[in-house]
Design a protein around this ligand. Structure first.
Ligand SMILES: Cc1ncc(COP(=O)(O)O)c(C=O)c1O
Length: 492
């Protein structure tokens, strides 16, 4: 049994010393090496693992320092007698497939008030990086990310000097440095001015939308959403009310007409309509604000994707034109930094932010302090602005290549005039099944996102799909679309 304990799998991301430590900790805490047991001599273990003796000695010494091992003079290393104190007996392993209703256990299905797992969601292969043609949306191109600068900011954020910032429980508060950076670096890019008490840091735009649904929506609340639109917003608000009003979008985004009347809340993505990517012109934004005043609805502006316009200047946010305090602005760092960071922000009237802050405290208190401080430093040192500039250049090139490739290989399939964003919305002929294409394409290494999930109706059109270009290098775009067109010709 002891022979089975001492072996290494050789993983690339952990040092050999770290792997030896992990192996021993796991054996000690897993009770395979009980307290008082001797360890092999460093020479013997080094030989059997095929590593240097020094590496083993250092690993042993580290475990002595941390109380896992004891070093006995002239005898060697032993598992500490007291390392397992204060632990309950090992629990019995649960069955491989849990019994849905064991004996007298509760009937959970009767207890759920909502069933979010029954909603349809966007799905993406987790191993998308291994595909040659990942036209996936919302992921990062690792080759463009300034990892050295990020790591340096992270190192500073986790420094001893700032220890009170990153170790402390801030309760409902945000990192003041991040608030200042949002105020001075992010919002002005979108034409928005906001006071401290009008900004809340959230765990991504997603968390901001959830907070708004919890604060503003109950059974009777009527929420107008774009159709096609962002499925998560339909799902989030759908947990709170049955009165979701899907409004079909046109070539300028959400139409401003009587379809919005009667709504309490209107959700909109004016910068690039999600998923069609069309930009709402300024005149329509003004109409939307005017109608919100006349009909007394509030607007949630989801500016999830930073401003890009590859043809002319980007349009300022709807929020920047809002003089009546009717627009709640949702921003995100997912598309410029990375979605795994989970940082976003909410900008709105102070009384709304006050409630959202109190609610966020109940949910999760605050976003992790070290992430907030790292992002704040990254912004303050100008790395974010420089990254946005770099991304803008790379994406403009990809946008052009993809537009041309679509025109050449799938002519007429991408109709709406788009100026920015990081994807194209593609529409096959009526009756075309983009879900089937997605499955076939995957076999040939091409990832596309079927658009069915973006529609609110129960029998959605199946002919649309989204092609993202944020994660695929320029040289792969044309060959990938050519391959996609070949699959269409071959199989459809
Ligand atoms: C339209 C839209 N809104 C919000 C989000 C959520 O963004 P975040 O990653 O900041 O939660 C996304 C994510 O892709 C999105 O597409």
């Amino acid at each position: 049994m002891r022979d089975g304990i001492f072996h290494l799998d050789r993983r690339p991301n952990i040092s050999i010393q770290g792997q030896i430590r992990e192996m021993l900790v796991s054996a000690i805490l897993g009770r395979q090496l009980p307290p008082g047991d001797p360890l092999p001599s460093s020479r013997k273990l080094a030989k059997s693992l095929g590593v240097s003796r020094n590496t083993v000695v250092l690993a042993y010494q580290g475990l002595v320092d941390d109380g896992y091992l004891e070093s006995r003079e002239r005898s060697g290393f032993y598992v500490s007698d007291d390392i397992m104190e204060g632990r309950a007996d090992e629990p019995v392993a649960p069955p491989a497939t849990p019994d849905p209703r064991p004996n007298d256990g509760p009937d959970w299905t009767q207890r759920f008030q909502v069933r979010p797992s029954h909603q349809s969601n966007i799905e993406k292969p987790r191993n998308w990086l291994t595909y040659p043609y990942p036209f996936i949306y919302g992921q990062v191109d690792q080759s463009l990310f300034p990892i050295a600068q990020w790591r340096e900011c992270s190192r500073q954020a986790l420094g001893r000097k700032g220890m009170d910032v990153w170790t402390g429980d801030a309760l409902a508060a945000d990192d003041p440095m991040l608030i200042e950076q949002i105020q001075t670096r992010l919002l002005p890019r979108r034409g928005i001015l906001a006071r401290d008490d009008e900004i809340l840091v959230t765990m991504g735009a997603q968390n901001a939308l959830y907070l708004l649904a919890a604060l503003l929506v109950r059974d009777e609340t009527r929420v107008a959403i774009e159709d096609p639109g962002y499925p998560d917003v339909r799902n989030i608000f759908g947990l709170k009310t049955d009165h979701i009003l899907p409004v079909p979008v046109d070539a300028h985004g959400l139409p401003v007409d009587e379809q919005l009347d009667g709504a309490d809340i209107v959700f909109v993505t004016p910068s690039h309509q999600a998923p069609t990517t069309v930009t709402m012109p300024k005149a329509r934004r003004q109409e939307l604000l005017a109608r919100a005043g006349e009909k007394d609805f509030v607007i949630i502006e989801d500016d999830y994707e930073w401003e890009t316009n590859y043809v002319s200047e980007p349009t300022p946010a709807l929020k920047s034109m809002d003089t009546a305090g009717r627009v709640i602005y949702v921003g995100s760092l997912s598309k410029t930094l990375f979605p795994g960071l989970r940082l976003g922000y909410l900008v709105g009237p102070a009384p709304l932010i006050k409630e959202a802050r109190a609610l966020r405290r109940l949910m999760l208190r605050h976003a992790p302090n070290n992430n907030q401080r790292t992002a704040a430093l990254f912004l303050a040192l100008g790395h974010h602005d420089s990254l946005v500039h770099k991304l803008q250049k790379a994406y403009r090139e990809r946008w052009k290549i993809m537009g041309q490739a679509l025109a050449d290989h799938l002519p007429g399939w991408s109709k709406a005039p788009t100026f920015g964003g990081t994807s194209y919305w593609v529409s096959g002929p009526d009756g075309f099944d983009a879900g089937k294409l997605a499955d076939r394409a995957l076999d040939d290494g091409v990832i596309i996102e079927p658009g069915r999930v973006n529609f609110a109706q129960s029998r959605p059109p199946r002919n649309h799909f989204r092609l993202g270009f944020s994660s695929i290098v320029a040289e792969r775009i044309e060959p990938g679309i050519r391959l996609l067109a070949d699959i269409v010709k071959r199989d459809f």
